[in-house]
Write a protein that binds this ligand. Structure first.
Ligand SMILES: Cc1ncc(C[n+]2csc(CCOP(=O)(O)OP(=O)(O)O)c2C)c(N)n1
Ligand SMILES: [Mg+2]
Length: 595
């Protein structure tokens, strides 16, 4: 019988057996020494090599192989299962904003991937380093309208710093290294890697090298020293200088350099929404927030300053008001790492492409010590007017209703300005920005450029996971909360001790304010039914309490802050209330109104 006689013994056949044995031995060694692993394992191993500790995500058909690999690395990397992919990308943003590290999220192809789009756009405009990995159909099916196929590269090209589709497993380590390098360097931003199923399941010879250089992408960190000298001369000669500080100062961790510079030359400094927590609110040179709902003084005096030093900010229209009337009298020095921002909205006399920290370090020794008391007194004058006519009334209201401002003011006092505040979008966001007196660097996180309702709950989850020692508090409107309400389950499953305050005014308040002021009180679809948020929270086993009277406020807030568990407070605030000051749309910064 041939079968029994096989393999034949002796002579040529024992040599044949020897060859076969050697083949098995060599392939075994090949496997060991060449590190053959699947593309999916390579994804996870690459992230581990980059020091990624947490992934926010949601599985589905075309990313199952990557999730299957993840199962083997539970000790090395934490995965947080969100309840909607938008939650994953905002959580990755919150994590990145709070830690300064790259936030990572996973989603499956098709609807999973498209659910990321809002968050990707949000990260792009707010310069947040996020890596989104999406599953994709196998490369043999690409372009065939396969089940859950969507052109994620086409969709995200305008809203990513870089994106790439992997169809060959061998590319995985190098592309992940490149993506992380691009996300976190220069002006940070989101990157998308779309991985076809065949690349996830086929083998590659894994080795990992972090990326530190890309020929075609070389952000310029060091300023031109001639320009620094000219900038110093302008500042030294200035009688009415004003510093505008943006998110770039926080991103480049230049807060100490900024403080040294402004204290040396007595430079009044105002902040964009995302620049707010750069240095203590109570510092005498902190003149408050710029823009539409910013402070009275810095807005009016923008149009009186003779020299403006703008750092890591992009002259967004909410900051500039009517451009044709914006700071025409001032000589402008603009420092930004992104050359595309210079001379984009506002013409700069000295456009300086550089990292904020490096530029400020170079500038400091050239700046003369000055005390500009007359100019600083002008800010104090406007501060006094704003206090008397707006702030005092807001935080000490006479009526028996609660105002958003008094809640935030009390919260600010009780936390000594040291909690990490994550605000959603609307009136409550502007009130939080105005009344939370931040005393700690980088403790105010919100969606600035895109103004994405639904941002705060997932972003706060990310911020709390990234900085577990911080007390993270999400401040959310009743409308915004209902946009990503599902993430309450994530908080419970992950045991995240997040604190949530819902400022409930039964309206899409900010839109209602515009309708009141500019659309003859025609409140078109802005009154808002909401569920009983406390009952809802309790159904998730979340500790929760409702506040309807001022007399409850103090003690309830204290209990809330003391709790070690996640806690939701629903605070019923005055329904039809407006945020002031306000620069009406189309008006210039010095036309800001107090009421
Ligand atoms: C996703 C999204 N949809 C719509 C808007 C437009 N918008 C801006 S503020 C706002 C109202 C927000 O309502 P709420 O969360 O209750 O906050 P409030 O203004 O009442 O404090 C709306 C609808 C937006 N910014 N984002
Ligand atoms: Mg509301």
């Amino acid at each position: 019988m041939i079968r029994n006689n096989y393999p034949p013994q002796g002579g040529f056949f024992s040599f044949w057996r020897y060859l076969k044995k050697m083949f098995h031995v060599t392939s075994f060694y090949l496997l060991i020494f060449t590190h053959m692993i699947t593309g999916s394992h390579a994804v996870i191993k690459s992230l581990i090599e980059e020091g990624i500790k947490v992934i926010f995500g949601y599985p589905g058909g075309q990313i199952i192989p990557i999730y299957d690999a993840l199962y083997d690395y539970k000790e090395e990397i934490n995965h947080v299962l969100v309840r909607h992919e938008q939650g994953a990308v905002h959580a990755a943003e919150g994590y990145a904003r709070a830690t300064g590290r790259v936030g990572v999220c996973f989603a499956t192809s098709g609807p999973g991937a498209t659910n990321l789009v809002t968050g990707i756009a949000d990260a792009m405009i707010d310069s947040v380093p996020v890596l989104c990995i999406t599953g994709q159909v196998g490369s043999n099916l690409l372009g065939s309208d396969a089940f859950q196929e969507v052109d994620m590269i086409g969709i995200t090209t305008p809203i990513t710093k870089w994106n790439y589709q992997i169809t060959d497993a061998a590319e995985i380590p190098q592309i992940i290294a490149k993506a992380i390098y691009i996300a976190r360097t220069g002006r940070p931003g989101p990157v998308v890697i779309d991985i076809a199923r065949n690349a996830q399941i086929s083998n590659l010879d894994f080795s990992y090298k972090k990326c530190s250089f890309i020929e075609s992408y070389q952000p310029n960190y060091s300023p031109n020293l001639r320009q620094i000298k000219s900038a110093a001369e302008l500042i030294n000669k200035a009688k009415r200088p004003l510093v505008l500080s943006g998110h770039g100062v926080i991103i480049s961790q230049a807060q100490n350099e900024l403080l040294t510079l402004i204290e040396k030359a007595s430079l009044p400094t105002a902040f964009t929404l995302l620049g707010l927590s750069t240095f203590p609110s109570r510092h005498p040179l902190n003149m408050g927030m710029l823009g539409m709902h910013g402070n009275y003084g810095p807005n009016i005096l923008t149009n009186k300053a003779d020299v403006i030093l703008a750092i890591g900010m992009r002259f967004d229209d909410r900051v500039t008001g009517r451009l044709a009337n914006y700071a025409k009298q001032a000589r402008i020095i603009h420092i930004d790492i992104d050359p595309a921002e210079l001379n984009k909205n506002v013409r700069a006399d000295i456009p300086l492409v550089a990292d904020a920290k490096i530029a400020l370090k170079a500038l400091i020794p050239l700046i003369e010590k000055k005390s500009r008391s007359n100019w600083l007194t002008e800010f104090n004058k406007y501060q006094k007017i704003e206090k008397e006519r707006v702030i005092h009334k807001e935080i000490h209201p006479k009526g028996n209703y609660i105002t958003m401002a008094e809640v935030i003011n009390l919260l600010s006092e009780k936390t000594s300005g040291k909690a990490v505040i994550v605000a959603d979008v609307g009136q409550h966001q502007m009130i939080t920005a105005r009344y939370y007196q931040s005393e700690k660097t980088n403790n105010f996180i919100t969606s600035g450029g895109l103004g994405t309702m639904g941002y705060a709950l997932p972003a706060a989850i990310g911020a709390q996971i990234g900085t577990p020692k911080n007390q993270v508090i999400a401040i959310i409107g009743d409308g915004s909360f209902q946009m990503n309400i599902q993430e309450l389950a994530t908080i419970i499953q992950e045991k995240i001790p997040l604190k949530i305050i819902i400022l409930k005014n039964n309206y899409l308040g900010m839109v209602r304010q515009w309708q009141e002021l500019f659309y003859k009180k025609r409140y078109s679809f802005t009154d808002l039914y909401s569920p009983d948020f406390v009952a809802l929270a309790k159904s998730y086993t979340l500790k929760a309490k409702k506040i309807i009277k001022r007399s409850q406020l103090n003690s309830c807030l204290s209990d809330f802050l003391k709790s070690k568990r996640p806690y939701l407070l629903e605070i019923n605030v005055k329904n039809k209330h407006n945020v002031f000051p306000m620069i009406p749309l189309g008006a210039s910064v010095d036309e800001i109104r107090l009421e």
